[in-house]
Design a protein around this ligand. Structure first.
Ligand code: DLL
Length: 435
């Protein structure tokens, strides 16, 4: 039986949701026009005023915001209220110049925590659960956001933050954690470490995991579910639109419900900016409908996905997004071919290899090179150490079929690729084609 945190919204009719969005959008555009000079200038340049926005059908008239605007307006240029009304700052881990700094009022935090609470309840959480939060706490939004949601649900909240893997596993056992929240790559690492310590899924009480903040495949989901003995749920979000909980998965595990009473979603053609009809693959754009501190309108996420209003068996009516299928800006173009790291990961898992891999792209004598290092598991290392060259050739062939270009594959010893406690670093592009 499905459970909801705020059923009046999560299961509202499409007409009810539209009415909420219309009302909030009209107010939000007025407020931003009055308070945010940077966006007012963009609207003026486009010749659009708040009076032109009467419902969400007028959304397309408004200018987009991009990461470049955030950089130009850094740090206070997109603030939607007096700084004294803000109570928190979060930021992305981007290198200097690309860093996003977002501001939150107390109301922003309340609404954000509601969104995270919806995600936890959708994963089966209630006030009898012990929720282990192993997302980083600090400027990153993961730890604090999920922590707030967990407390709203009434879970006993374990604010572990990321890292210190042995202590994570010890607390998980001693304090009977039932829900684990962290990046999927860290969840996979926890599963791997437990196995090494001789701890089986039967020795722990986990029933669910809420994993996001980076791309992960269905194959990786199955691996994590098996190694931890849980059901694994996806969660999506970005610092610019608050943090985790913009969208969350339900028991159907087929895409994430967008909290569209707060985040109005559009899909656009990343080349032309044209709004695409439901069901099209394109770039996700969000408008924060009630954010006070950092109220971004038509923010281009660069995440590529598809939206769908198909009926969901969980009873929620909130529109669903597919897992991000890549980013319009992190796509690698290697020898003229578009390559998504997730394609390489899919080949590795399909061929029975670990998801600990590193893609290195370089340019030598004006020709792009692609090197993929893949860690062997301890079993593979002892069994197959003799026919490494043949294995590497087979993997390179499989990747050629998937990608259309020939990579060099290097099988490396277990544990030789540096582990991440947050988001895994999968790609090193030495060509420096951007910035
Ligand atoms: O990663 C917020 C978050 C924290 C989400 C914890 C989920 C859980 P940023 O650091 O600003 O914020 O990174 C945002 O990460 O635009 C996506 O490209 C990617 N991303 C986030 N969630 C997912 C996901 C947080 N579930 C960027 N699947 C986004 C794939 C994701 N990519």
């Amino acid at each position: 039986m499905a459970n909801y945190f705020q059923p009046e919204v999560e299961c509202a009719s499409h007409e009810e949701i539209r009415a909420i969005q219309n009302e909030k959008l009209v107010k939000q555009v007025k407020r931003v026009y009055e308070n945010v000079e940077y966006y007012r200038n963009l609207m003026n340049e486009k010749g659009v005023t708040p009076d032109d926005i009467k419902s969400i059908d007028d959304l397309h008239k408004l200018p987009f915001l991009t990461k470049a605007d955030l950089r130009d307006a850094y740090p206070y240029g997109l603030l939607g209220t007096d700084l004294k009304n803000c109570v928190r700052i979060h930021s992305t881990s981007g290198t200097t110049g690309r860093r996003v700094v977002a501001f939150y009022t107390q109301k922003d935090i309340e609404l954000w925590e509601d969104c995270c609470a919806r995600a936890i309840v959708a994963a089966g959480g209630n006030d009898e659960d012990v929720c282990q939060v192993a997302y980083g706490y600090g400027l990153f939004t993961g730890g604090f956001g999920i922590n707030g949601g967990s407390q709203k649900v009434g879970c006993l909240t374990l604010p572990m933050s990321s890292g210190n893997t042995e202590r994570q596993i010890q607390f998980m056992q001693d304090l009977h954690a039932t829900i684990l929240c962290c990046t999927p790559s860290y969840a996979a690492y926890l599963g791997e470490s437990m196995k090494e310590m001789g701890i089986t899924p039967d020795d722990i009480d986990l029933k669910a995991g809420i994993f996001g903040a980076e791309p992960w495949t269905e194959e990786m989901r199955r691996d994590i579910e098996k190694s931890l003995g849980i059901k694994a749920y996806d969660i999506y979000g970005l610092t610019e639109s608050t943090g985790p909980g913009v969208a969350f998965e339900c028991e159907e595990q087929s895409g994430m419900h967008i909290n569209e009473d707060h985040f109005l979603a559009e899909i656009i053609d990343p080349e032309t900016g044209e709004v695409l009809p439901e069901g099209s693959k394109g770039e996700l754009v969000f408008t924060n409908l009630d954010k006070e501190g950092f109220p971004l309108i038509r923010y281009r996420t660069r995440d590529i996905c598809i939206l769908s209003r198909k009926k969901c068996s969980c009873g929620r009516t909130l529109i669903k997004m597919t897992k991000p299928m890549g980013r319009s800006d992190d796509m690698l173009i290697i020898r003229g071919v578009n390559v998504f790291p997730s394609q390489i990961e899919a080949v590795l898992i399909k061929s029975g290899y670990s998801v600990n891999y590193l893609i290195e792209v370089d340019r030598v004598n004006n020709t792009d090179t692609l090197d993929v290092s893949v860690e062997l598991t301890p079993e593979q290392f002892s069994d197959r150490v003799r026919d490494l060259a043949a294995q590497e050739k087979m993997l390179a062939n499989n990747m050629k079929i998937m990608l259309g270009i020939n990579p060099k594959v290097h099988l490396v010893a277990p544990k030789s690729i540096t582990r991440s406690e947050g988001k895994a670093v999968r790609v090193i592009d030495k060509r420096k084609l951007h910035d």
